[in-house]
Design a protein around this ligand. Structure first.
Ligand code: SF4
Length: 957
C-alpha cells in the first residue's frame, strides 16, 4: 500500500498494461471448436504454462470469422467449474435415486459393470437397452453403436427440440434451416424472421444480420416476444403463440389471389402442376401415373418419375418428365381434367388454391391477433420483393434435364424460423406452410432466398429408412437398418403386426409416424409403464431429464425412482454420463464423468451435423487443448470401449480382436462406405485427397494445423438451384452424400402424407392404424398444409386459462449448461415471468411482485417483470435458469434454486384421450408441444414466502 501511495507521486505508471505479467512463462495458442452452445465457432485457446488463460474467436474460421460471444469467452469458467464430475460413481447400496449418494469407483469397475450387463441384454433381448443422448454432436457414432448393438431404442434430443422444423422442411423442400440451409442475407432485400429469438446459428446470424442492415436491408421480426435478434428489427409484428400457420395460410391466400407467385418456378421445379387423382379409391389424392409398366411404378415419395401434367399448349395430358418440361410445353396450374380412362384429376396447385381460398386475412386476424391490413401489406411486400425486385447473377448452370441457363435468377426474400414454429403440436403443418410459402415465391436455393448447405438437399423423401420389422431385432445381431430414418409410407413404420410400437418411445408408430428424431421426452414415462415393454438399462448422455429437458418434471422425477411390487426400480438400471453434476446425475445408478469440450477429440461430421457453408461443404473437429480433469473420459471413448468389449462387428476385426485403439483411431479408420469416413478433409494415405479417399493416419494432425476446419469451396456453377443442378447432383452422388442423382422437386403437395391418410381411411390394402388412431391420422396427415389449434386447446378451458406461456433461450446461457458458470451466472442468476403491463395490471400484480402461474397441470410461484416487449396474451421466461437445490454445485439458497423457476412444472408430458393418455406432441412427428400450455396468473398472498415453489430437497454433494 505504502508502495502504491509512493508511486502515485512518482513518474512511473501505477500499472503498465503492456508489461509481461509472467516473464519467462511458456505461452501457447491452440485452435479448436467452441461448444458453449451448438453453433460451433472456431476459437483460440490461450495457455500460459499449460494453464487456460483466456479464449477468443478464431479470425480464420468460416463460421464466426473471429467473433466470440459471452458464452464462448466464459468457457474458462466451465473448465474450472466446481460442479465438474471427476470420477465414476456408483449409487450407494440402499440409497434412494435422487438423493445423490454415491461411492467413487474405478473405470475398470464401471466398464465391467456396464459391459457385463449390456452383453447379457444383447444376447437375450437387445431392445432392453436404450441409449438417448442430449445436445451432443456425435450422433453418427452413438447411432452406429445402437445399430450395431441391435437396439431400436436410440435417439438424440431432436424430438423435444425442433424435429418439426427439420421434418416439415425436408419433406417439402429437401432441406432445412441451420446446419442444412439458411437465409442468404448477403443478397436478400427483405428478411422475415419468425419464431426465432436467439438461435443455434448464433454468431454467423448476428454477423449476417448486421451486414444485411448496413446494406439497407429490411428486417421484419414476427414473434410473440421481442427478444434476441428482434432488438434490431425494423419492425416487430407480435403474434399469438401457435398461430404462425394461420398467418402463412393467409399470406398464401393473398399471394395466390393477387397472382404474386413465381409461375415458371412452380411449373418446372415443384410438383404444383402434377395431376392428383380426385376420384375416390385407393389412388385418391395420390399423383396420377401412366399405367404402362415400362414407365415405372406410380410416382410417390420414393419414386418421383412417373407422374402426369396437363399441357395447356397442346391441350393434352403428358408425362411430367421429360415431356412436361420440354420447350413449348405449358403445364397447367389450375383447372380439373380427365385422364383417358375418365379418372378426374387436377394439378396439385389447384388443390392448394382451393385450400387457401377461405384463409383470408380477416380469418387469420381472429387467430393470430395481427391486423388484416398488416397481413395484406406483408403479402404485398413479400411478393413485390421476390418478383419485382428480382435480379440476375451472371452465373451459368445446367439443370437436371440438360438445359443450360446463362444466368441465375435471384429472389431476394429470405426467411428464418426455428423453435417458435416447431415446438407446438401443430408445428409440422405450420412449417410445411412456411416451406410452401417460400416455394411459391420461388426463393428456394436462389440468391437472396433460402440456400442449402451440403450434404443437402436430400431426396424427398430422404433415402434413410428406419428399421420397420420386428424380425430385424435379434440377439447378438446388428439392426439391418438405422434406428432413425424418414418413412415414406405406412410400410416403413416400426410397428408389430398388430400395430403396437416397436420402440420404447413409440417413434415411427401410428402415434407419431414421421418421428425422424425419435421422442426422447416419452422414454421415462413409457419405460416406467412398460409400454410397450420394459427396459433393463437406460443410458442417458448429456441430457437433464430430471429437470429442464423434460415436461412435467415433478412426475418424471418420481418415475425415475418408482419401484414395482418386488421393490425393484421400474427402470432397473440408469446410467448417466455428463461432465457436470446436473439434477439428473443424482438419480443415476452409475455415473460416468465426461470431459469438457476443451479436453477431447470431437468431429462435426458430414455423416451427422457438419458446418457446411452455402458455397461448399465444411466439417470441423475439436482437439484436446487441455488434459482431462481428474479421471474424466470422453463419452466417445466410452462408446468405443464398450463396443470393443461387446465385440460389435464394426468395432471388431475378422480375428475377433479390437479394431480401434481409441476414438481418434476410429475416426481416422472407420469407413461406412469405401473412401468415406467421419472426416472428409485430407483423406488418402498422404492427405492429398478430399471428400473421398483412403484413411490418412495424419488426418487429425492436418485438421489441427488448419484451424480444426476443412472447407471446400465449390465452383459458382454449383452454388444455386441444387435441387435441380445437374453438376451438383452428380457431384453429391459421387461423394456419397446422396444415393441417387435424381432431381428434388419441391413437394407443395405431399403424397407421402396422403398415403398415411388413405391407410387411415381404409382405402388401401396393407397396414392400417388401430381403430382409435384412425381419425387422428386421417386429420393430421393432410397432403396440403393447414392450420389447426394446438391439441392442448381441446382439453383446456381457454376461458379459465386465457394466456399462452412460452420460454426463450437467453443469449448468455445455453439451456442448463451454464448454471455453474461463475461469469454467466452474474448475468442471469434467476429469472422472471415477463408479462405485458396491461395483463399484469388486470391481474393485480405489481412489477417485481411475486405471483402464481397456474395451468391445468400444475402451478409455479415466481417473480413478475412488466415488459412492453411481449404481446398481451402471452407470458414468458428464460429457459432453464431455475435449478434444483444442491445441483450444479450451487451454494445452499442460491438464487437459481430460491428465486429462479422452471416453467416445465406447468406442462404435461401427456394429454388425456378416450383411449388413455398420449404424448403431448405433434401427431405427425412427435415433436414435444412445449409452447402449447395455457395459463393464468394471480398475485401471491402477502404471507407467502418470497421464494419459488415448487422446491426440492437438496441432493447430496
Ligand atoms: S455462439 Fe456458441 S459456439 Fe459461438 S462462441 Fe458463442 S457459445 Fe461458442
Amino acid at each position: 500500500m505504502r508502495h502504491a501511495v509512493f508511486k502515485l507521486f512518482s513518474k512511473e505508471p501505477l500499472h503498465d498494461p503492456t508489461a509481461d505479467p509472467a516473464p519467462g512463462a511458456r505461452r501457447e495458442t491452440k485452435t479448436t471448436t467452441c461448444y458453449m452452445c451448438a453453433c460451433r465457432c472456431g476459437i483460440r485457446v490461450h495457455l500460459r504454462d499449460g494453464k487456460l488463460r483466456y479464449i477468443d474467436g478464431n479470425p480464420n474460421h468460416p463460421i464466426n470469422k473471429g467473433v466470440i460471444c459471452a458464452k464462448g469467452s466464459a468457457g474458462i469458467m466451465k473448465q474450472q467449474s466446481p460442479a465438474r464430475l471427476t470420477r465414476p460413481l456408483l449409487r450407494k447400496a440402499g440409497s434412494e435415486r435422487g438423493a445423490g449418494e454415491f461411492e467413487p469407483i474405478s473405470w475398470a469397475r464401471a466398464f465391467d459393470i456396464l459391459a457385463t450387463r449390456l452383453a447379457t441384454i444383447r444376447a437375450t433381448d437387445p431392445r432392453q437397452f436404450a441409449l438417448f443422448t442430449g445436445r451432443d454432436q456425435m450422433q453418427a457414432l452413438t447411432g452406429l453403436f445402437a445399430r450395431q448393438f441391435g437396439t431400436p431404442n436410440y435417439a438424440a434430443h431432436g424430438g423435444f427440440c425442433s424435429v418439426n422444423m427439420a421434418a416439415g422442411m425436408i419433406y417439402t423442400i429437401g432441406g432445412s434451416f441451420w446446419e442444412f440451409g439458411g437465409p442468404d442475407l448477403e443478397r436478400a432485400k427483405l428478411f422475415v424472421m419468425i419464431g426465432t429469438a436467439e438461435d443455434h446459428h448464433s454468431n454467423p446470424l448476428k454477423i449476417a444480420i448486421g451486414d444485411f442492415k448496413r446494406r439497407g436491408g429490411r428486417f421484419i421480426s414476427i414473434n410473440p416476444v421481442r427478444t434476441g435478434y428482434s432488438a434490431i428489427a425494423d419492425e416487430w409484428i407480435p403474434i399469438r403463440p401457435g398461430t404462425d400457420g394461420a398467418l402463412f395460410m393467409a399470406l398464401l391466400h393473398e399471394l395466390i389471389a393477387s397472382d404474386l407467385v413465381d409461375h415458371a418456378f412452380l411449373k418446372r421445379y415443384t410438383n404444383a402442376p402434377q395431376l392428383v387423382v380426385l376420384d375416390e379409391g385407393e389412388r385418391e389424392g395420390m399423383f396420377a401415373h401412366d399405367p404402362d409398366p415400362g414407365k415405372g411404378p406410380p410416382g410417390d415419395g420414393r419414386h418421383p418419375h412417373n407422374k402426369l401434367i396437363y399441357d395447356t399448349a397442346s391441350r393434352t395430358i403428358k408425362a411430367a418428365y421429360p415431356e412436361g418440361i420440354e420447350e413449348g410445353c405449358d403445364p397447367a396450374l389450375a383447372g380439373t381434367y380427365a385422364l383417358a380412362d375418365g379418372t378426374r384429376v387436377a394439378p396439385s396447385f389447384q388443390l392448394l388454391r382451393d385450400r387457401v381460398a377461405p384463409c383470408t386475412p380477416e380469418w387469420a386476424t381472429a387467430i393470430t391477433g395481427i391486423d388484416a391490413d398488416r397481413i395484406r401489406k406483408l403479402a404485398g411486400e413479400l411478393g413485390d420483393t421476390a418478383l419485382q425486385q428480382a435480379f440476375e447473377l451472371p452465373i451459368a448452370w445446367t439443370d437436371a434435364w440438360g438445359t443450360r441457363h446463362a444466368t441465375t435468377q435471384a429472389r431476394p426474400v429470405a426467411f428464418h424460423a426455428m423453435r417458435g414454429l416447431a415446438a407446438h403440436s401443430n408445428g409440422f403443418q405450420t412449417v410445411r406452410a412456411l416451406a410452401v410459402l417460400m416455394s411459391v415465391l420461388g426463393t428456394i436455393d436462389r440468391p437472396g432466398g433460402f440456400r442449402h448447405k451440403a450434404p443437402y438437399p436430400r431426396h424427398i423423401v430422404p433415402n434413410f429408412r428406419a428399421f420397420n420389422s420386428p424380425d430385424m431385432i435379434q440377439p447378438n445381431t446388428p439392426l439391418n437398418a438405422a434406428p432413425l430414418g424418414f418413412p415414406a409410407n405406412p410400410d416403413e413404420l416400426a410397428i408389430e403386426a398388430d400395430g403396437t410400437p416397436m420402440r420404447i418411445d413409440h417413434a415411427f408408430s401410428w402415434e407419431h409416424p414421421l418421428s425422424a428424431h425419435g421422442l426422447m421426452h416419452t422414454v421415462i414415462t413409457n419405460a416406467t409403464r412398460g409400454d410397450p415393454y420394459r427396459l433393463d438399462t437406460l443410458l442417458i448422455f448429456m441430457s437433464n431429464m430430471a429437470w429442464n429437458s423434460t415436461m412435467n418434471t415433478v412426475a418424471v422425477r418420481e418415475m425415475l425412482n418408482r419401484r414395482n411390487a418386488d421393490g425393484e426400480h421400474e427402470i432397473p438400471f440408469l446410467v448417466v454420463c455428463d461432465a457436470f453434476q446436473s439434477e439428473t446425475v443424482a438419480f443415476a445408478d452409475l455415473v460416468l464423468p465426461d470431459t469438457t469440450y476443451l479436453e477431447r477429440h470431437d468431429v462435426m461430421s458430414m455423416l451427422d451435423r457438419p458446418i457446411s457453408e452455402f458455397d461448399g461443404p465444411a466439417d470441423s473437429v475439436r482437439v484436446p487443448v487441455l488434459p482431462p480433469t481428474g479421471e474424466c473420459k470422453p463419452f466417445q471413448e466410452v462408446i468405443v470401449e464398450l463396443a470393443s468389449r461387446l465385440k460389435l462387428p464394426a468395432f471388431t476385426t475378422a480375428e475377433g480382436t479390437r479394431k480401434f485403439k481409441d476414438y481418434p483411431d476410429f475416426v481416422v479408420n472407420f469407413e461406412p462406405q469405401p473412401g468415406i469416413g467421419f472426416l472428409m478433409g485430407w483423406r488418402g494415405k498422404d492427405g492429398d485427397q478430399h471428400l473421398r479417399g483412403a484413411p490418412n493416419p495424419k488426418q487429425w494432425e492436418m485438421y489441427a494445423n488448419n484451424d480444426c476446419v476443412f472447407h471446400l469451396k465449390l465452383p459458382e456453377t454449383m452454388h444455386y438451384m441444387r435441387n435441380w443442378n445437374r453438376e451438383y447432383l452428380d457431384f453429391a452422388k459421387d461423394k456419397g452424400w446422396r444415393q441417387k442423382n435424381d432431381v428434388v422437386q419441391l413437394a407443395l403437395y405431399s403424397d407421402t402424407l396422403q398415403s398415411f391418410r388413405l391407410a387411415a381411411q381404409g382405402k388401401t390394402a396393407g397396414r392400417r392404424p388401430p381403430e382409435h388412431l384412425r381419425e387422428r391420422i386421417a386429420t393430421y396427415f393432410d397432403p396440403l398444409p393447414f392450420w389447426y389449434a394446438p391439441l392442448e386447446d381441446a382439453v383446456t378451458d381457454r376461458a379459465a386459462y386465457p394466456l399462452a406461456a412460452i420460454t426463450q433461450r437467453p443469449m448468455a446461457m445455453y439451456h442448463a449448461w451454464d448454471s455453474q458458470n461463475a461469469w454467466l451466472r452474474q448475468i442471469h442468476s434467476h429469472n422472471y415471468l415477463h408479462v405485458n403491463p396491461v395483463t399484469a395490471r388486470a391481474a393485480g400484480i405489481a412489477d417485481g411482485g411475486w405471483c402464481w402461474v397456474e395451468s391445468r397441470w400444475g402451478r409455479v410461484r415466481c417473480m413478475l417483470r412488466c415488459s412492453e416487449a411481449v404481446e398481451p396474451g402471452t407470458v414468458w421466461t428464460w429457459n432453464a435458469i431455475g435449478k434444483g437445490e444442491g445441483a450444479w454445485h450451487l451454494a445452499p439458497g442460491a438464487d437459481e434454486a430460491r428465486k429462479g423457476f422452471l416453467l416445465n412444472h406447468l406442462i404435461s408430458d401427456e394429454l388425456p384421450t378416450d383411449n388413455g393418455p398420449i404424448s403431448n406432441s405433434d401427431p405427425v412427428t412427435g415433436q414435444a408441444g412445449w409452447y402449447d400450455v395455457r395459463v393464468r396468473i394471480r398475485p401471491a398472498g402477502p404471507d407467502e414466502p418470497a421464494e419459488t415453489s415448487p422446491r426440492f430437497a437438496a441432493a447430496a454433494e
